[in-house]
Design a protein around this ligand. Structure first.
Ligand code: FAD
Length: 815
């Protein structure tokens, strides 16, 4: 007797079969996996993957996915044959810059709990003797990395899923999906219909084709990628004797030349990303046919020539080896490099797990099964959520532009602040022309042009002495940012907050809806502003919101992005009792902050802005210089002032009015770099960076926004019994001793040399005169504890401090 809902999985690649394995393990047995190709080598990307698994990733979640893949496949054998060999990996450096970056990658791995070290040339050559000594400066060695035998893993997981009740149907093509009343009902195939309560599209590079069947955009770009097997290589012959091992020495990456390598007995496999991106239209690919797997395209030797030369330079033993088997294999790239996971909002029961490498396949499959069976993944998966994109980011032209660029940059050293270069500009605030005139240094985020500092403020450097910083932290930075931060605390500054997501919630049940979704009591008098959290059912932090009550059933929400909008829309009943509208695009916001903010704003309005008349965390409609504005007395930088919201049409006039009125007060425009510093001095958290669904409110230091006595809300049940006393870790500020040692985030934190935590956000605290790093540390780590932070292989000394680090009593905010 089958149990669980009727699940149809489209795709019998490593992802689809992995999901079947994880679902049936959890007791769901009514699972059918359908593939247009033959089982178990169905002709998709999995059929061609050489299976190198490197766990290093700047994302904790992606590394966790990979680590689970390593553990799971290592424990699997198909008829006595291995599915994963932990031969270790080497990422070699040919340049000093790369060598330094390998230290940074080693830091990530330490943060995420994976053993790794940077080794010198002697050690590199001991581990991989075919490398040319004069080409290599050192390498990152990860002993638990290795080689996945993807098709063996597929067959083993397929067989055992079938034993648990799953049905596998090869050579069966999906041609449509039947929906009814906003739900999936059946998968239509060329061999008949398959009724379904849940459809999981694990169609890999064909994701857009399956998505189109239900109108769900799937923002991935299939690209052809070259892989060649060369040999025989006499120097590898010894290994060929024990052919089943295939690969004896560590798998290898030469990122400076966009190359990777693995052994196939006495042959060497060479993969390259050095060629121009070769875009493939998934709608135009042929159907699988014997000897013609659709994800393997003819080899284009002209694209391989330079890589082959570089490969022989790195490994002279390859010289003269013939190209034995070479092809252009196809797989998927997304606009940000993360997979696509989750359920369609419009078509209930339609799920997606695509753009997943073999490396992350088991981890993604596990998270998908948890999400389906238990209602959510145990790990924070927001980076991979299908709904994380802005509207422009799912348009085909954008997906192609970013997919191409991500292919080119796949092995590049990317600075955390490095913006995309193309297509730009996409989204600009109404203040854009004025910002350009002030010499704004624009970086990009979510498509928005965001000033990080303004060259017009260079003169402030005569007033403020701003310390320098190391080479890495100096990129995308100017000392002017420090001067802007100091000038904000001394005078008044305008911050363009337009790129922050704004959502309007109205309708007869708006209040009860928001009460139910958030932790704080938002049913407060009209004109009140409330800071609150969105939790998941397990009590983890999805996001934080600033909610202004502007009418009886009218709320304006300051949110963190598309995932917040998605969460609200998913929870709203479709009965019209709540209306949710993303108003970001049609509106703008300027933060006017600093001790002289009241002097400035008062000049433009007859409304009484005194502390008694307009208190902290209150909202009012104002007329400023003839312009209707909604003013919120809040500040993300910890100073007196207002966020001024207006429709986009009057934005420029509002900006000009503020600048003109504030000339004698020394008003400046200030950028995000200053903003980041001021926020950390005050300890304001950034959801998604400082805290995620892995953290509860007390761990994040936000227990004070949880009102357990207000009635039920999402996550409340899970919070019963939790408090400051039950935390597993704490988010705390570290103050770094050396003023020039500015870290950037994700670095490991150590006590007595042992890794204990990870930096989330970091910035120079210009007012306190020291660099700040917020970090997760375990209890009982207390104030005064001395720690070190790994920074490019160095250990930087820091001290755990009480927060906030500036204006602890909040007098400046309430002044
Ligand atoms: C040359 C090459 C080298 C690679 N190297 C590595 C590596 O070293 N390490 C690594 O981690 N990753 C590597 N990858 C990437 C990796 O192979 C893929 O990301 C991964 O295999 C994708 O698995 P999947 O199950 O999502 O997709 P696929 O294996 O493509 O499976 C999708 C399945 O869906 C089926 N399907 C599609 N449309 C339909 C339909 N209409 N009806 C029925 N069935 C349908 C297809 O037939 C296919 O079998 C490489 C890929 C290539 C091509």
């Amino acid at each position: 007797m089958a149990s669980g809902p009727k699940v149809v999985i489209i795709g019998a690649g490593i992802v689809g079969v992995g999901i079947a394995d994880e679902l049936t393990e959890r007791g769901w047995s009514d699972v059918t996996v359908v593939d247009q190709g033959p089982l178990w080598a169905a002709g998709g990307s999995t059929s061609h993957a050489p299976g190198l698994v490197f766990q290093a990733n700047g994302s904790r979640t992606m590394t966790a996915f990979a680590t689970y893949t390593v553990d799971k496949y290592t424990a699997m054998e198909l008829d006595g044959q291995w599915c994963f060999r932990q031969v270790g990996s080497l990422e070699v450096a040919r340049t000093p810059e790369r060598l330094a970056d390998l230290q940074r990658r080693q830091g990530w791995l330490t943060s995420w709990g994976v053993d790794a070290r940077v080794v010198d040339v002697d050690e590199v050559l001991r581990l991989s003797p075919l490398l040319a000594r004069d080409q290599v400066l050192g390498a990152l060695h990860v002993p638990t990395d290795g080689l996945a035998k993807a098709l063996r893993a597929v067959e083993l997981m397929g067989r055992r899923s079938a034993e648990r009740g799953a049905v596998f149907r090869g050579d069966t093509r999906v041609t449509g999906i039947r929906t009814d009343d906003g739900r999936v009902r059946a998968v239509i195939t060329d061999a008949g219909d398959l009724p379904a309560d849940i459809v999981v599209s694990a169609a890999g590079l064909w994701g857009p084709v399956i998505g189109a069947m239900v109108g769900q955009p799937i923002p991935l770009l299939p690209l052809a990628h070259q892989y060649a097997r060369v040999g025989p290589v006499p120097a590898l012959a010894a290994i060929a004797a024990s052919a089943d091992l295939e690969n004896e020495r560590p798998i290898l990456r030469d990122q400076d030349r966009d190359l990777y390598f693995r052994e196939h007995g006495d042959r060497m496999g060479v993969g390259t990303y050095a060629h121009d991106p070769l875009v493939v239209d998934p709608f135009a690919l042929p159907l699988p046919a014997p000897g013609r797997p659709p994800a393997s395209l003819p080899f284009t030797p002209e694209d391989f020539a330079a890589s082959w030369e570089a490969a022989q330079e790195l490994m002279p033993a390859l010289r003269g080896a013939p190209l034995e088997h070479a092809f252009n294999g196809v797989f998927s790239f997304t606009p940000d490099g993360f997979p696509l996971m989750g359920e369609s909002r419009e078509v209930k029961g339609f799920w997606v797990a695509e753009a997943v490498w073999v490396t992350h396949s088991a981890g993604v499959a596990q998270a998908m099964a948890e999400w389906l069976v238990e209602g959510q993944a145990r790990l924070d998966v927001h980076e991979a959520d299908l709904h994380r994109f802005e509207r422009h980011q799912v348009q085909p032209a954008f997906v192609e532009a970013r997919g191409r660029q991500n292919y080119i940059e796949v092995y590049d050293i990317i600075h955390p602040l490095q913006p995309m270069e193309h297509p730009r500009p996409l989204r600009t605030s109404p203040f854009y022309a004025r910002q350009q005139a002030l010499g704004a240094a624009f970086l990009e985020g979510a498509g928005w042009e965001r000033p990080h500092w303004y060259s017009a403020n260079a003169g402030l450097l005569e007033r403020y002495d701003i310390p320098g910083r190391g080479a890495w932290a100096s990129r995308f930075w100017s000392p002017i940012a420090g001067a802007e931060a100091r000038a904000t605390r001394d005078g008044v500054a305008l911050y363009d907050l337009t790129p922050l997501t704004r959502i309007e919630v109205t309708g007869p049940r708006a209040t009860s809806f928001l009460q139910r979704l958030t932790t704080n009591d938002i049913d407060r008098p009209i004109g009140t502003v409330v800071y609150t959290l969105l939790l998941d059912e397990r009590g983890g932090i999805r996001s934080d919101l600033t909610i202004a009550r502007l009418g009886e059933q009218q709320y304006q929400i300051g949110a963190n992005g598309p995932l917040d909008l998605d969460w609200l829309l998913r929870h709203a009943r479709p009965d019209g009792s709540v209306h949710i509208r993303d108003i970001t695009a049609g509106t703008c916001v300027v933060g006017v902050w600093g001790p002289k903010a009241r002097d400035l704003v008062s000049r433009l309005t007859s409304t009484d802005l005194s502390n008694q008349a307009f208190r902290y965390f209150r909202a009012r409609e104002l007329v400023l210089a003839h312009l209707p504005v909604t003013a919120l007395r809040v500040s993300y930088v910890g100073e007196l002032g207002w966020e001024l919201y207006a429709t986009a049409d009057v934005g420029l006039a509002l900006w000009d009015a503020l600048i003109n009125a504030g000339q004698d007060l020394g008003v400046i425009a200030a950028g995000r770099s200053a903003f980041a510093s001021l926020r950390l001095e005050k300890g304001y958290r950034l959801a998604g960076t400082d805290m995620t669904t892995d953290d509860d409110p007390w761990e994040a230091g936000l227990g004070w926004v949880v009102k357990m006595d207000k009635g039920d809300f999402v996550g409340r049940g899970a919070l019963e019994g939790r408090s400051d006393a039950t935390v597993r870790r704490r988010l705390m500020p570290l103050v770094i001793e050396d003023v020039e040692s500015v870290v950037m985030g994700k670095e490991p934190v150590r006590i007595d040399g042992q890794p204990v935590g990870t930096v989330t956000s970091a910035a120079m605290g210009y007012t306190i005169g020291k660099p700040i790093a917020y970090a997760w540390v375990p209890p009982p780590t207390g104030v005064g504890q001395r720690v070190t932070i790994d920074c490019f292989g160095d250990r930087v000394s820091a001290t755990v401090c009480a927060e906030p680090l500036f204006d602890a009593r909040g007098e400046r905010l309430r002044g």
